[in-house]
Design a protein around this ligand. Structure first.
Ligand code: SF4
Ligand code: SF4
Length: 115
């Protein structure tokens, strides 16, 4: 799928998918600062060590949503991790077209143009 015109519609579906939301170097400090939290408290409260112990990931709610997903969108949108910023343009996510609201809209437009 051509993502050159991608524009996030903020449906939140990608924030409900299984899998790590990994934090890169300094991202814990940045997000903790945004939340006015001590970084160690932030790490204890909102992150977990990945299974391979290579880094930290944001935790999920019981229903599998990202811990920072709210009804109004991402609670840390201004400082969200690079992994989130780069979705889906720099990802190879096989179910992308089935979950992303923008992709569904783009596919409908393509079908209309072909008929
Ligand atoms: S940090 Fe924000 S954008 Fe990233 S998965 Fe969580 S809710 Fe979604
Ligand atoms: S699934 Fe697509 S449209 Fe929805 S929030 Fe994620 S990137 Fe944006």
């Amino acid at each position: 799928m051509d993502l050159s015109h991608f524009k996030c519609l903020k449906c939140g579906a990608c924030c409900r998918q299984e899998g790590y939301v990994r934090l890169e170097k300094n991202e814990a400090d940045i997000i903790a600062g945004f939340l006015s939290m001590d970084v160690l408290n932030f790490i204890e409260t909102f992150t977990m060590l990945t299974k391979d112990r290579s880094g930290l990931s944001l935790i999920e709610k019981e229903n599998g949503d990202c811990i920072f997903l709210t009804d109004a969108g991402c609670r840390i949108n201004a400082v969200k991790p690079r992994q989130c910023l780069e979705f889906p343009v720099k990802w190879k996510f096989k179910d992308f077209e089935n979950i992303c609201a923008w992709a569904a809209t783009a596919l409908k437009k393509t079908k209309r143009l072909k008929t």
